[in-house]
Design a protein around this ligand. Structure first.
Ligand code: AMP
Ligand code: ZN
Length: 466
């Protein structure tokens, strides 16, 4: 299996530290809000990689943290008039609700930064003792100059990084590129006792500390969104390797952005859709299909049209499954004959192709094409003369290859009749509400699926045209 390693900027053979086991750490959300589908892509991508590793027989220890103490948390808690702890509790619950709905498997552990304060303080003490960090008035800074490999992930040396960075001048830092690993309490902020007085951890230190505590000094895979490559992950390497003297992570994986009009989807630009709102309109299958239909290192320019076409595509795959399910009840033959047995065996070429694509740096885009080829083959060859057993076995194969992608595991929730009736009802309501734009959109969407609405004295009727 080959994975692209951001650290070496090339595809490398994946060799875990312990054969058959993978220790994986993914930077999780700051829990001050609902997550948007840009964050969602990163979560879905690494959930898929984890699922695929499991599909290939690895035992995966998967850690994804919750950042539950930082400036954004503090400001939002103040705005809402609740404590930072209450805010964290609230949005961790919301995270689980949306992540579960997106078929994202639960992590082995979701550590919260505030639950590791003691370990973080110990980590900071070790960095000071090893002369990689220094204290100034209750703040503790990491001394980037002391770490000779600083810049290895970004692929730049310290001077170039400094020239490119927009860092505010801070007289108290020995070097402009130094970063805070412990922050002295400001009025009104939550704080913990430490050898440097009351304060709280910086962001980068929490991941170094929790990864070490939960997975050990060296881990197999460290991952996150592309924006975390610098400075967050660079700083994590500097902290961890300074303390342990060992390599922190063997493989660094970064997921590309979801953009809107070619700008990164982000809360600050206010160009985001929350996973929650998208899930009201689309199934997890359609959303995951969209996120996985391109390679994870290529940006997605998000539009609703893309999501609509993802929905139509996933429906084609579900049609194959649903047809097999219906066919199974209609056919008269029960068990497979020799010819069918051979046919079923011949389909394993799709499994091999799927694995070949996924083994190549998790090429989900090509793996999905293999799924379509498989569905087409089955549609052409399994019919009313087939056995129930073949229907069942071919359906199982489609499902088996959908599982690592987190798709095709349910039945399409609604049948066509019920779905169309629901849309008609929504259109009627929109007209009542004088929301003609929505009413027209529903009618046009149906039309694009060859479904025509007719207003009759008995009410709205629909028919399917070819
Ligand atoms: P945050 O809560 O902002 O720390 O983000 C949580 C995760 O989502 C991190 O791994 C980010 O790198 C990732 N992320 C943030 N914005 C985007 C985006 N527009 N597209 C893809 N991933 C993103
Ligand atoms: Zn992190």
């Amino acid at each position: 299996m080959k994975v692209y390693n951001t650290l070496t900027k090339q595809k490398e053979e994946f060799i875990p530290i312990i054969p058959g086991e993978v220790k994986m750490y993914v930077c999780g959300p700051t829990v001050y809000n609902f997550f948007h589908i840009g964050n969602g892509r990163t979560f879905i991508v690494f959930d898929t990689i984890r699922r695929y590793l499991e599909y290939r027989g690895y035992k995966v220890e998967f850690i994804q943290n919750f950042t539950d103490i930082d400036d954004k948390m503090i400001n939002k808690a103040n705005d809402e008039g609740i404590t930072v702890k209450e805010l964290g509790d609230k949005y961790i619950n919301e995270y689980y609700q949306d992540a579960d709905a997106l078929n994202i498997e639960r992590a082995s552990v979701n550590p919260r930064a505030t639950e590791y304060i003691k370990d973080i303080i110990k980590f900071v003490e070790e960095l000071i003792a090893a002369d990689f960090a220094y204290e100034v008035d209750g703040d503790v800074y990491y001394s980037t100059k002391k770490f000779s490999n600083y810049g290895q992930l970004a692929g730049q040396n310290l001077e170039d990084l400094q020239a490119g960075a927009r860092i505010s001048v801070d007289e108290r830092k020995k070097d402009p590129m130094d970063f805070a690993i412990w922050k002295a309490q400001k009025p009104g902020e939550p704080a913990w006792e430490s050898p440097w007085g009351l304060g709280r951890p910086g962001w980068h230190i929490e991941c170094s500390c929790m990864a070490k505590k939960l997975l050990g000094d060296t881990i197999d895979i460290h991952a996150g969104g592309m924006d975390l490559k610098f400075p967050h992950h660079e700083n994590e390497i500097a902290q961890s390797e300074a303390v342990t003297g060992k390599k922190f992570a063997n493989y660094w994986l970064h997921a590309a952005f979801v953009n809107v009009d070619n700008k990164k989807m982000s809360k600050s630009l206010n160009n985001f859709f929350t996973a929650r709102e998208i899930l009201q309109e689309y199934d997890a299958d359609a959303i995951r299909f969209l996120m996985l239909s391109g390679h994870y290192r290529i940006q997605i320019n998000f539009t609703k049209e893309l999501l609509d076409s993802a929905k139509a595509s996933i429906e084609r795959l579900y049609n194959c499954i649903n047809n097999l399910e219906n066919l199974k009840d209609e056919v008269s033959k029960k068990t497979m004959d020799n010819g069918e047995d051979d046919y079923l065996k011949s389909l394993s070429k799709y499994r091999e192709k799927f694995i070949e694509k996924m083994d190549d740096d998790f090429n989900t885009a090509d793996a999905i094409s293999v799924l379509f080829d498989l569905a087409k083959d089955i549609n052409n060859n399994v019919n009313i003369n087939s056995s129930a057993e073949l229907c069942e076995e071919t359906k199982k194969l489609v499902r088996e290859l959908g599982k690592p992608l987190g798709i095709l595991q349910t039945y399409m929730k609604k049948d066509l009749e019920a779905e169309i009736q629901e849309l008609i009802d929504r259109r009627q309501q929109a007209r009542k509400d004088r929301d003609f734009a929505l009413a027209d959109k529903i009618r046009d969407d149906l039309k694009s699926r060859n479904i025509i609405l007719e207003d009759t004295p008995q009410g709205v009727r629909w028919k399917k045209i070819d």
